[in-house]
Ligand binder design. Structure first.
Ligand code: ADP
Ligand code: ZN
Length: 213
């Protein structure tokens, strides 16, 4: 099963992708996670990506396309994968199509997580992530039992540097301009499915599973 999760920053793509990978035993491929790891390790890729990410801008297409091309041919991707945060531009989507076609593969479903814009801001401003296992928390809607500590693994929680109001507003603008057009792109292929991204993460997950299986 090859899935794409679409949806604006804060729509819960990462959370749902984590749940999907556990349920279906296929890897989640998050370009945001790959890029953040590269920035942390200060690799060449990280050095190139950092300034774009800090500004809430997209990292150039050729960089992320290269990353994905390398990643989806790994042995653990044979049974499928969940793309989280890719594609994000029409060009990325077209290159993905080309790459898959050359491998005689295609995307099965594209799920769009729909959330009100005002709700997105609230969610992003209060969120934190576990450094160790990637579990996600929120100050008000899903606080950890102990402040700053992951409920799942005891790891340390951190706030993403791009989760400040100014950068969040920029990321939402970039989403509307560059990424939202992908909905039409995949609708025309008959692959687009929409899920309301408000409500409990378990409810959203079961709706999502019904749509993709
Ligand atoms: P969110 O969906 O919350 O904005 P991500 O973790 O998916 O977060 O992405 C964080 C940042 O990483 C983006 O703002 C962008 O700079 C960069 N990035 C991630 N994926 C892509 C992509 N497919 N194309 C270009 N830039 C990307
Ligand atoms: Zn953890």
């Amino acid at each position: 099963m090859r899935l794409i999760l679409l949806g604006p920053p804060g729509s819960g793509k990462g959370t749902q992708a984590n749940l999907l990978q556990d349920k279906f035993n296929i890897p989640k491929i998050s370009t945001g996670d790959i890029l953040r790891a590269a920035v942390k390790d200060n690799t060449d890729l990280g050095k190139q990506a950092k300034r774009f990410m800090e500004q809430g801008e997209l990292v150039p297409d050729e960089i992320v396309i290269g990353l994905i091309k390398e990643r989806i041919v790994a042995p653990d991707c044979e049974a499928g994968y969940i793309l989280d945060g890719f594609p994000r531009t029409i060009l990325q989507a077209e290159k993905l199509e080309e790459t898959l076609a050359a491998m005689d593969q295609e995307i099965d479903s594209v799920v769009d997580l729909e959330v009100d814009p005002e709700e997105l801001l609230v969610r992003l401003i209060g969120r934190s992530t576990c450094k160790n296992c990637g579990a996600m928390f929120h100050q008000t809607s899903h606080p950890p039992k102990v402040a700053g500590v992951c409920d799942e693994c005891g790891g340390e929680l951190y706030q993403r540097p791009d989760d400040n109001e100014e950068t969040i507003v920029k990321r939402l603008e970039v989403y509307n301009k560059e990424t939202a057009p992908l909905k039409d792109f995949y609708r025309e292929q008959g692959k687009l499915k929409s899920v309301q991204g408000c409500g409990g993460m378990g409810d959203i997950f079961s709706k999502l599973c019904d749509l993709v299986t």
